[in-house]
Design a protein around this ligand. Structure first.
Ligand code: FAD
Length: 353
């Protein structure tokens, strides 16, 4: 027998930092809501990060609404495990109604509701917030010969620490924070070569995620923004790598062979492993039935509301859904504005005619 869809006013897909920030404001607004999360445990993407990963802001600037992240023992920048502990405590503290593990396969239109299909049945919601992040969609660019390489290839998403690369020749691809931090980590045990599309830009030591957030906010108002300062935050392991002289980047290769990489001038380098720190794409597959994607693969939004579906909001993912919305510090503001908009819409639709 098929079960009738479970009704709820607001359904949040994803229980990472963006989903929790939404949950905080929904709880405060006394909304009828549920959060469905595909993972079996709290922490979102942070539970998959490598142990040496450091946040690019101190704890007090990496906090969700209502509760400050504790400074880690010994001070400094929190790590991935600190962040998982903080998020686990956060959802407990605010008694957020999270159901896990529940994977959403599809969101589709059903009259005046959106229907949310999962392996645990269907929910029927007036409003949906999608906050599924990017971790499940690693991106590796295509280079000729990539399938012929006989060594090991790995993406940031699969990196768990330097141990498997001990004594090996490793090429690290990518000039942003993950590339710099993984290079710093793996270069403690391996012979590394750093390859980047553009010359990497290391921020001055005193500039961290706080300044990036301010700049991201200004950028949406038309100023030069983050790009004018540089990209990589000099967290302590990156500074140490700089001081060891390993942060020297080569330009991008144009071909991969069975034994290594070659540059356009014909020079080559043999290596045992290539680590692709080339980013992620938004995990939006569950929204495909709504047919909202634009030519760039993203969903056009007005604020966080999908331009083609007013009952759907997108939180996190990147600057296209709000300034620094994929960061802990930036998630609060976009979540607050989104919930205010949703509460205004649901209270109007709850009014008798
Ligand atoms: P996620 O954390 O990925 O959470 C998404 C959740 O959605 C997951 O729990 C998942 O189970 C769930 N989900 C996905 N698909 C489905 C589905 N179909 N159905 C149900 N549930 C689903 N960020 C910062 O804020 N500060 C930093 O200092 C910082 N430093 C970083 C340094 C490095 C080197 C890197 C690589 C990243 C850093 N980040 C930092 C970025 C941060 O890791 C991510 O941007 C962040 O985890 C995004 O949060 P989110 O809630 O949007 O997504």
């Amino acid at each position: 027998m098929t079960r009738a869809p479970r009704p709820v006013d607001v359904l949040v897909i994803g229980g990472g930092q963006a989903g929790l920030a939404a949950g905080y404001y929904l709880r405060r607004a006394q909304a009828d809501f549920v959060i469905l999360d595909a993972y079996g445990a709290p922490g979102g993407a942070w539970q998959h990060a490598w142990p040496s990963l450091r946040l690019f802001s101190p704890a007090q600037y990496s906090s969700l609404p209502g509760r400050m992240m504790p400074t880690p023992p010994g001070g400094g920048y929190p790590g991935a495990a600190d962040t998982v502990a903080y998020l686990a405590d956060y959802e407990q503290r605010y008694q957020l109604p999270i159901v896990r593990p529940v994977t959403v396969h599809a969101v589709r239109r059903g009259g005046e509701h959106l229907l949310v299909d999962t392996h645990a049945g269907t929910w029927q919601a007036r409003q949906v917030i999608s906050a599924t992040g990017t971790w499940s969609r690693p991106y590796v660019p295509y280079y000729p010969g990539i399938a012929d390489f006989r060594g090991q290839q790995m993406h940031t998403g699969g990196y768990r620490g330097p141990e498997p690369f001990h004594g090996r020749r490793v090429v690290v691809v990518g000039g942003a924070n993950s590339g710099a931090q993984i290079l710093a980590d793996v270069s403690t045990v391996a012979d590394t070569t750093w390859v980047t599309l553009r010359p990497p830009r290391l921020l001055p030591d005193e500039v961290d995620g706080r300044a990036l957030f301010t700049l991201a906010t200004r950028r949406t108002r038309g100023a030069d923004g983050v790009g004018s300062l540089g990209d990589i935050v000099a967290v302590p392991p990156v500074r140490q790598a700089r001081d060891r002289g390993v942060l020297k980047a080569q330009p991008m290769f144009d071909r991969i062979t069975s034994t290594g990489i070659t540059w356009p001038d014909g020079t080559g380098l043999d290596c045992d492993a290539i680590i692709w720190c080339t980013g992620f794409r938004p995990a939006l597959g569950h929204l495909a039935p709504l047919r909202l994607r634009g030519p760039d693969g993203l969903i056009p939004v007005e604020g966080t509301r999908a331009a083609g579906e007013p009952r759907l909001h997108l939180l996190g993912y990147g600057d296209w859904t709000g300034p620094a919305s994929a960061t802990l510090i930036g998630a609060s503001r976009t979540a607050r504005d989104t919930v205010a908009e949703i509460m205004a819409a649901t209270s109007t639709s709850n009014q008798p005619p």
